[in-house]
Design a protein around this ligand. Sequence first.
Ligand code: ADP
Ligand code: MG
Length: 676
Amino acid sequence: MKNLYDNVSVLKGVGPKKAEALAELDINTIYDLLTYYPFRYDDFKVKNLSDIVDQEKVTLKGKIAADPVVNYFGRRRNLLNARLLVGNDIVRVTFFNQPWLKKQMTVGEEVLIYGRFDKNKASLTGIKILSSTEGNEMNPIYPVNKHIRQKTIRDLVKLAFDEYKDSIEDIIPADIRDKYKLESQLQVIHDMHFPKTTKDAMLARRTAKFAEFFLFQMRLQSLKSEEQKDAGISIKDDTHSVEKFMGELPFQLTDAQKRVVNDILGDLKSDRQMNRLLQGDVGSGKTIVAALAILFCINGGYQAALMAPTEILAEQHANKLANLFAGTRVNVALLTGDTKAAAKKELLPRIANGEINLVIGTHTLFQDNVEYANLGLAIIDEQHRFGVNQRAKLRQKNDGTNVLAMTATPIPRTLAITSYGEMDISIIDELPAGRQPVQTAWIKEKQFDSSVDFIKQRLKSGEQIYVVTPLVEESEAVDMKNAVNIFENFKSIFEPEFKVGLLHGKMKDDEKNEVMTKFENNEYQILVSTTVIEVGVDVSNATMMIVFNADHFGLAQLHQLRGRVGRGDKKSYCLLISDPKTETGVKRMNVMVDSNDGFVISQKDLELRGPGDIMGKAQSGLPEFKIGDPVADLTMLSIAQQEAIQIVSQDDWKNITSYSKLYKYVQQKNNKKMFD
Ligand code: ADP
Ligand code: MG
């Protein structure tokens, strides 16, 4: 048997130069070449005139009925006219600017001409003359670059297939192929490149997609199961004290919150290292879940750390948790980039000796000079604001420390299955009772005046309002001006009756905190801000969110912003102001108006903008598939995942004979990194 992983240069006609050009298309081995699939086909099958529809691209077979004539118009333009006898009908054939084809059209001889047919005029606009073997075929079209022609790929694929077809074997286990009626790998490769009919090609593509997803998932799931064998800190079971604490809360946990608390405590007790993502829409109550995990950890004798993406949020968490944990053995400290050197000097030794057992802060928490006595749990709030890298770094730096990442940016299932595949996921899919959906409207900027009365009504009934403007310009100075303009404008409309505050990125942290505190205390009724308030902030008297230039935000971000209101029991509103320039832009605004469900919104965002833009390219980490589309083929992707999980969960799967090829494949591939 030949080796499919031979370099393509073993093929006749592939020298160093061609090999290099192929490598640019990621074709290095014979296997790469055979799985370099066409993205579409031209159907060259000869058809009867009566079966052709108007303007169809089609191949006609007939005899040249009279000498073709070339007419020139100026130096470059010319027409080649011929008459073709197809059955008993005469079809007029015209080629533009290909006068040399005349030589291939001898009166009385049979030819195959591919072109676009006009039914009314019974005429064909010729595209090319086919060789006799090309008719009756689906002609594959490959993605190529400027160094490689279509024909080169086609010829090489044919050559490789003929020489290596006996070595093509099935990696997907037979039971799975049977279950989903998948084709053999040999047939897939044949029918992807040389299908007889469109249906053949489609069936082959179906299997090829599944294979791609399944093999990816096998790699991911086996990595995950390896990782889970890593020892983690196991925390002594003390569920009782957590339950008691829960009983004293002013509210009942939702069923969804209870479920995820169970997931998390289960992880903490076990001797595996926890690596869990907690997903829950804005306002679903992730903080209290985190708090219970922290309490469990600290009661078990370990320290916990909570990392937030902004100083404002870290401080808010520290205040709220210090209140919540008053009278328990939890001893809270806040540590951010803002913490004064003297205060820090005093704090660090107390963290190192374990006296402080809950540290809350920004990324400074995991800088080198911060040492913990026995960190049992690290929680990352709003984890999408940190990168995949930080997630990995955190896990590496703290040996065995359990990691809980929380996010309010709902991760579409596609990303959950692929980019977060190495983590366990818990979802809070329920909001606390009594929450009313935020009513959202979209207006153009020039319509703003008409909403002033409505805004005044809100203010008169004692409610507060956020006004947000995005980073529109490259320069922060210009953005600030934008925010300042809106601020001045709001002042001129609403002051002195109501007071307007301003918050932007150029302000010092104490200034920001001061403004934020004044808003929390209702000294400001309106807060005009750049995006610093995007995440986490919790002021329940605010009932209206106004967003200028809303089309400059991602949908997930808009949903986050909107999540700042609707936190209490009063009816809340979101006013999006934008003049989108594209149809997609209009659709995106309508998605926001129509849906309050973060999962629906992020899925739509993914569909409308592509995964890279939701969380930033680096963070989306969506792997590239050659033919499968993880968004459009989500159902197939999740079936492939289930099957992979099923296989990997069998302890001895590596020793089961029918999986031996699969195992070999996974092992070989996983020696390389999955996400570089
Ligand atoms: P997020 O998931 O966006 O971080 P928070 O944890 O900030 O949400 O919770 C939003 C608000 O809901 C907080 O004021 C919190 O006290 C409250 N809350 C959390 N869980 C419940 C519950 N089960 N019932 C009622 N209110 C709750
Ligand atoms: Mg939160």
